[in-house]
Write a protein that binds this ligand. Structure first.
Ligand SMILES: [Zn+2]
Length: 210
């Protein structure tokens, strides 16, 4: 599998390009900004985007989605729990001091346990509410990789003080769903460096409950 992770926008959201080496089809996760850069990565690997998957409705993750859709024709998918976040994009833009993007229109919903595909790539949706109600992770079982959005970071977890956030829910999502994955799973958080489930299980101060 081709997997490029690179930070986009002023908040340095990790955007992922996942590509099938055989069919040259791709899933782009969290194209928050810098769509020219995303398109250059796609071009470099000669990939065609089949799905634009959004881990949650914060502007730094979804801000460039409509631009990417206009350039590629691929559908935008997100969990319905974050529909209310889309109504707040202008307010979110003001918080971080960027221009408000054009309104985002979803083409489909990321349902819990659904599988999204591009060529031979398979990503399973794990709904992990807490950072926002619709926050979702994408798990690639063949690669043992988790794209975690802002649910889990190396050494920390997502903030829950923004609208729609819940500390109890994120802790429940992490213990009941994320920590259910094997230790060797590589975690690509929404911001910052990669980690593994085993590393976080051992040393993340939020996850050391016995
Ligand atoms: Zn967020």
């Amino acid at each position: 599998m081709i997997h490029e992770v690179f930070p986009v926008g002023p908040l340095q959201c990790n955007c992922s390009v996942l590509g099938d080496e055989r069919t040259r089809e791709a899933i782009v996760v969290d194209p928050g900004d810098d769509i020219e850069h995303v398109l250059a990565i796609l071009q470099k690997h000669q990939l065609t985007v089949k799905q634009i998957a959004i881990t949650h409705g914060h502007i730094d993750h979804i801000g460039g989605a409509m631009k990417l859709k206009a350039a590629t024709g691929a559908p935008i998918l997100m969990n319905e729990g974050d529909l209310e976040q889309l109504a707040l994009l202008e307010i979110q833009a003001a918080w971080i001091g960027v221009e408000a993007p054009a309104p985002v229109k979803l083409d489909g919903l990321l349902q819990d346990a659904a599988t999204i595909t591009a060529g031979g790539l398979r990503a399973t949706v794990i709904h992990t509410p807490g950072h926002t109600e619709g926050s979702s992770c994408l798990y690639l079982p063949a690669e043992k990789k988790l794209i975690a959005g802002d649910t889990l970071f190396a050494g920390s977890i997502g903030r829950t003080d923004l609208p729609g956030g819940s500390f109890d829910k994120i802790i429940d999502s992490l213990y009941s769903r994320v920590l259910a994955l094997p230790d060797e799973t590589i975690v690509i958080p929404g911001h910052g460096p990669a980690t593994t489930i085993g590393e976080e299980r051992q040393s993340n101060p939020f996850l050391m409950r016995k």
